[in-house]
Design a protein around this ligand. Structure first.
Ligand code: SF4
Length: 333
């Protein structure tokens, strides 16, 4: 299927479609996904390694300002490996080790990676989501066996980024460039519905990430979480997020795009609809319960997706659960 190169204006128009025009958009997005991936959906396990974070994002209960009231944990390498053994037993070959942004994770996660890789005989996508680090740290983690990295730019609006994350967008973009340069398969993404965000800015998010050459993209509706400065802000629009998923699929058909659990937090059944809009990945939570209950990404009441739940969502969408799309590339990992 021939898809023209979309510019910001095309994408912005796609974000506004509703009714039958939107159904047509979703049909095109599903066709673009089928062209690249058939009916296969990547099933990924996430392991939450620490809830400690040095950043102070206005939307996150694990923000630095909450450290003293949060029950802090940092998994040991042995604990991470123990969880990976369970993921391996399920036949899942994508493991995401995710945590707040602290320098200590370089050592702890880096120490666990070779053992996990060995467990799989090297046939595993070891994906990290540990925030900004130095290029030397990324290089070392790659040597330890990391294959891919999620580092969401969250918003391409530099002023909004600074206002909500209290950090510079440019530094984040430098990290993305370093990771790409080091041979990682890189995922970016944005939050939909941050207070003050415009449709133009969302269209720019997509073009920015296509121009940078990332391999994975995500869009998550904003979830107002308790104990944060944005606790009383309105939730992000799941309907708009679905349009964003479809626009991303058409802007770069080869992107791996999740239907995220935040779709479920805001609207029951929202996560299945992400597949109708062109998503091709779903994540289940493999974190042991004791740690998981302290990982307050959307507050204490977040809905946790089990392996059984995500398999059910994929089947209901008429798709087939599958493994990493990167391991089949020549010369990987
Ligand atoms: S969103 Fe990530 S970087 Fe920001 S405070 Fe939460 S854990 Fe830290």
């Amino acid at each position: 299927m021939e898809i023209p190169v979309l510019d910001e204006g095309d994408i912005r128009t796609m974000l506004t479609l509703r009714g039958s025009e939107r159904e047509e958009l979703f049909i095109q997005a599903r066709a673009a996904r089928a062209d690249v991936y058939g009916d296969r959906v990547v099933v990924r396990a996430v392991v939450e390694v620490t809830n400690l974070c040095r950043v102070d994002c206005d939307f996150c209960p694990m923000r630095r300002s909450n450290t003293r009231v949060n029950d802090v944990f940092h998994q040991t390498p042995a604990e991470m490996v123990e969880t990976a053994i369970g993921v391996h037993a399920l036949g899942v070959d994508v493991i995401c080790l995710q945590g707040g942004e602290v320098p200590q994770t370089t050592r702890s996660v880096g120490a666990a990676l070779p053992t996990i890789a060995e467990l799989y005989g090297g046939r595993v996508e070891l994906l990290l989501n540990l925030g900004n680090k130095t290029r030397a740290e990324y290089a070392w983690l790659r040597e330890q066996g990391a294959t891919s990295y999620i580092i969401k730019h969250e918003t391409s609006d530099a002023a909004l980024y600074l206002r909500t994350r209290h950090e510079a967008l440019d530094r984040r973009l430098e990290c993305i460039a370093d990771l790409l340069n080091l041979g990682y398969r890189v995922g970016s993404g944005m939050i939909i519905g941050l207070p003050g965000q415009s449709l133009d800015s969302i269209a720019r998010d997509i073009v920015l990430c296509r121009d940078m050459g990332v391999h994975m993209m995500s869009a998550a509706p904003f979830v107002p979480a308790p104990d944060t400065p944005l606790a009383d802000a309105p939730a992000g629009d799941v309907e708009l997020t679905l349009n964003v998923i479809a626009a991303m699929r058409l802007a770069q058909p080869a992107w791996t795009i999740p239907s995220v659990s935040a779709m479920r937090a805001n609207v029951e059944g929202g996560q299945r609809r992400g597949f109708d809009a062109g998503a091709n990945l779903i994540v289940f939570n493999a974190t042991p319960a004791d740690f998981r209950d302290r990982y307050l990404i959307y507050g204490k009441d977040r809905k946790v997706s089990s392996y059984e739940y995500v398999m059910d969502v994929v089947t209901q969408a008429g798709l087939t659960p599958g493994g990493s799309v990167f391991l089949t590339e020549p010369g990987r990992p």
